[in-house]
Design a protein around this ligand. Structure first.
Ligand code: PLP
Length: 377
């Protein structure tokens, strides 16, 4: 779009298609170039490619249109989180999810053990526990729904309390996506994404992003990127932008599939437990409904059997891939405890299922065959 503010009136479905395009001119391209330069002619605001890149800007504009504020992209979601942590004073107190994304919890544990930060790990679904941990903290970094248990945090209440306590709030919006909740609009200072997941959507790039409405925070984070050096490759940025064009339609389809499969799994006697915030029977359904527009496309469930049987089940599926990661067009599942770094509070049999855009009946047949192959009964 020619004017930066034109997109504010558009819906998500239209924004993802139209934002981050070059200015219209005769024979100008519809797409930004994959801008490959390490340096630039003098006289401009960028100068050197660790400070800026045309392809990054297009992707940043697209993410800003979805999340609000101004966006910085990074080489990965972890690099984006690393940039936030790098601007905190030494030994600052940070409140974070105990059962969160294991990359984040491992990084935080290491920084805590090295004496660089003081981490208060909390159960994000336990609002009282989170509220009690906030006084004195510099920042609270939360994800919701939380990976891999899919508990939902009471974000409106937690964000308000943290802001009233002069505590910064950063929300990892990777699982919910901007289709379902906008942390900045809810009062958070920073909205973080592993762009690797739903925004890119094709399991072919690693990227991260931070969006903020606070210009001072933006400048600090931009410095952290420039001097920390965790910058994105232009090709990755271009692929992510191409992926974002179909983000809305992919997400709608994946969510519909996820709800249907969660219902079928919940009614299956071979499954002891299903978590999906969109299920009416989920313990967090009412809370999720009170502030989320949709419930995402991640499910977790526990087949009845031994961990070996569950591994065999994951490996026996033909359409669904046994792999880690999430948010791609293809359905992926895995038993989380196969990772040594996964928290021991996660049940041994828990399968994390990233539901893709395939036909839902084909997916269900594949699940049933995988159960049979592993003799889960
Ligand atoms: C994958 C993921 C990350 C880390 O992102 P990378 O792009 O893999 O570095 C952080 N948070 C959540 C919720 C994730 O799923």
């Amino acid at each position: 779009m020619s004017n930066d503010n034109d997109w504010e009136k558009l819906t998500t479905e239209s924004k993802v298609v139209s934002v981050g395009r070059p200015v219209k001119k005769p024979d100008g391209g519809l797409n930004p170039p994959i801008a490959l330069n390490s340096t630039f002619h003098t006289g401009g605001p960028i100068g050197y490619a660790r400070s800026g890149n045309e392809t990054w800007s297009a992707l940043e504009d697209a993410i800003s249109s979805l999340e609000g504020g101004k966006t910085l992209i990074f080489s990965s979601g972890m690099a984006a989180i690393g940039a936030i942590l790098s601007i905190l004073p030494s030994k600052a107190i940070i409140v974070a999810a105990k059962n969160g994304y294991q990359g984040t919890t491992t990084l935080l544990k290491n920084l805590h053990d090295n004496g660089k930060l003081t981490v208060r790990f909390v159960d994000v679904a336990n609002t009282k526990e989170v509220l009690a941990a906030i006084p004195g903290a510099k920042i609270v970094h939360l994800e919701s729904p939380v990976n891999p248990l899919l508990d939902v945090a009471d974000l409106p209440q937690l964000i308000k309390f943290a802001k009233d306590s002069s505590c910064l709030v950063s929300i990892d919006n990777t699982f919910a996506t901007p289709m379902n909740q906008n942390p900045l609009a809810m009062g958070a200072d920073i909205c973080m994404h592993s762009v690797t997941k739903y925004l890119s959507g094709h399991s072919d790039v690693l990227l991260g992003s931070l969006s903020t409405k606070d210009s001072e925070l933006y400048s600090s984070l931009e410095q952290a990127r420039k001097y920390g050096g965790a910058i994105a490759g232009p090709f990755e940025a271009w692929l992510a932008l191409r992926g974002i064009r179909t983000f809305a339609i992919r997400m709608q389809r994946s969510q519909e599939n996820a709800l249907e499969l969660a219902k079928r799994l919940a009614n299956d006697p071979r499954v002891s437990k299903v978590r999906y915030p969109g299920l009416a029977s989920d313990p967090n359904h009412e809370l999720a409904k009170s502030f989320m527009k949709g419930f995402g496309a991640m499910i977790s469930f526990e087949p009845i059997g031994t961990p070996d049987q569950v591994d065999l089940m994951c490996d026996s599926a033909k359409l669904i891939t046994n792999a880690t990661s999430l948010g791609g067009v293809e359905s992926i599942w895995e038993r989380r405890r196969r990772w040594a770094t996964e928290s021991e509070t996660i049940p041994e049999n828990l399968v994390r299922f990233s539901v893709g855009i395939e036909n839902v009946d084909d997916l269900w047949s594949d699940i049933k065959s995988a159960f049979d192959a592993a003799k889960i009964s």
